[in-house]
Ligand binder design. Structure first.
Ligand code: GCO
Ligand code: CA
Length: 256
């Protein structure tokens, strides 16, 4: 019994923004737990390269490059999956960009771009996935990759913070409308993880000192430290868990 609770055998997971960074780490972890993973990125070559890397580890991976902010491209991508008989049981809305600038200096176009990638994409992709999960009648899993910024802000990352806050409550909307179809929608809130999105921060001695001082675990998180929460929320173990946001942050949000 216990081994089945965390097994993803026979399931297919689509992870947006998974050609690198946290998305790639989550995809790799879900594949190691038994899922076939569909990798997504904006560029066909890097998405295919990531697929080859996973395949080289004996994992089952499919490449599906498309722009998660373009509703027509998202719809087209799901039609391509339909035509290949690939059914998404698990959707991880991970695609996200960061953009650091004080609000008074922020160009509206930059605000809109961050909101499109970090929030609207989750609506666009989840809409296509949920339509099919509901039609199939087998339920499904949606995991939104939120952030510390779903709960608390710091200066210069307003669009990202607004988007990640929205992602937290969009998860609640998904529960309100889709839990009745046996779809469990939840979120993961990474803390300060050692990924390329945070490279500039890690290389800034003052910021690095602040993260290590402000985090009870006294260190940055590693991408693969999100895998446990992702497998839990993707597996039968979480079949009665809805609307939850699990912070994987070394305790940062638990303390002042
Ligand atoms: C920043 C960082 C953070 C972290 C992460 C925390 O500029 O403060 O990019 O946003 O990356 O999102 O959850
Ligand atoms: Ca469009």
């Amino acid at each position: 019994m216990s081994t089945q609770l965390f097994s993803l055998e026979g399931r297919t997971a689509l992870i947006t923004g998974s050609a690198r960074g946290l998305g790639y780490g989550i995809a790799r972890g879900l594949a190691q737990a038994g899922a076939r993973v569909v990798l997504n990125g904006t560029k066909p070559d890097t998405t295919e390269e990531a697929r080859r890397r996973l395949e080289g580890e004996g994992l089952r991976a499919h490449a599906l490059p498309f722009d998660v902010t373009d509703d027509a491209a998202v719809a087209k991508a799901f039609v391509a999956l339909d035509e290949e008989g690939i059914e998404v049981d698990i959707l991880v809305n991970n695609a996200g960009i960061q953009f650091r600038k004080p609000m008074v200096d922020l160009d509206p176009a930059d605000w809109r771009r961050v909101l499109e990638v970090d929030l609207t994409s989750a609506f666009l992709v989840s809409q296509q996935a949920a339509r099919r999960m509901i039609a199939r009648g087998r339920g499904g899993k949606i995991i939104n990759i939120a952030s510390l910024m779903s709960q608390a802000a710091r200066a210069t990352v307003a669009p990202y913070t607004a988007a990640k806050g929205g992602l937290k409550t969009l998860t609640h909307s998904m529960v309100a409308e889709w839990a009745q179809f046996n779809i469990q929608a939840n979120a993961i809130g990474p803390g300060y993880m050692a990924t390329d999105m945070n490279e500039a921060l890690m290389n800034d001695p003052a910021f690095d000192t602040w993260v290590k001082g402000r985090t009870p675990a006294k260190r940055w998180g590693q991408p693969d430290e999100l895998v446990g929460a992702a497998v839990f929320l993707a597996a039968p173990a979480s079949n009665y868990v809805n609307g939850q946001l699990i912070y994987v942050d070394g305790g940062m949000l638990a303390v002042l």
